[in-house]
Design a binder for this molecule. Sequence first.
Ligand code: PBG
Length: 323
Amino acid sequence: MHIPKRYRRNRWNQGIRSLVKETELRAGDLIYPMFVVEGTGVKREISTMPGNYHLSIDQLVKDAESLLELGVPAVNLFGYCENKDDGATESYSDKSLIARAIKALKQALPELYVQTDIALDPYTNHGHDGLVVGDEIVNDASVEVLAKMAVCHARAGVDMVTPSDMMDGRVGAIRQALDDADYSYVAIMSYAAKYASCFYGPFRGALDSAPKSGDKKTYQMDPANRREAIKEIALDIEEGADVVMVKPAMAYLDVIADARSNFKVPIAAYHVSGEYGMILAAAEKGWVDKERAMIESTTAIKRAGADMILTYFAPELARYLKG
Ligand code: PBG
């Protein structure tokens, strides 16, 4: 039969499939979120996130070293805060767990790119990303604390701060504070389009950071909105973000694609804890193959337009990519 276009020819065998492949993941695209706790010799699996660990600083350094050997260039640190209070004072203390973790990592592994989360939720006893006055999560006072936190991490030697709080004006304030303190080479990856998502559940379990009352809908975006993401991203770039992030990733591929087509800056996507957990749970039931689901999901995130991916699969994925 004469069929003028036979697209299956380009899928006929592995050779041609390899040649026409449009998207290829690299270990170098990955950022591994890591969870630091007090103590020494601690490596405890996080019950809500199997395959991920609460690590004391000494163990963190060891695991980060193996990660580097696998070709993963960057980590994003979250600290388990034991001294939560109303003012999130631990968040900007030079003695904080995260400040000590940054120092230890940069000293042992100077080539590791170290990022830290900037938000108040693990540090406040109410679990909100900003300060709370009455029923309100107040904006401007929160931004001042976030800027102090960023400068504190810069003093400890961080390469990039990643504000995840979604307060208005925080990127500009952090840039200004860093520049004023002579940290003009500390970069900012902003969680520019971060949605009020149900998929953060396992992460909040890991840090005991779920809001004690209310929800995050007055600062994180409504999952129903797409155009609003473009405005948020544009503003963060204007305020000085070096990289902008879309979060979560798998359910927001349209937003990642919009970010890619509208802006020239590097785009990050956060494949979040609930997205990770869904794959693990389905694999445990025998409903999907875990390895294939891991590769397909992260490839799709890159195909949509992400230059870099924060994922809990980073070590496993890097091991797979190494072959
Ligand atoms: C803190 C923060 C959260 C995540 C990253 N930074 C939780 C939240 O906003 O409630 C979620 C990450 C994940 O689910 O993997 N602001």
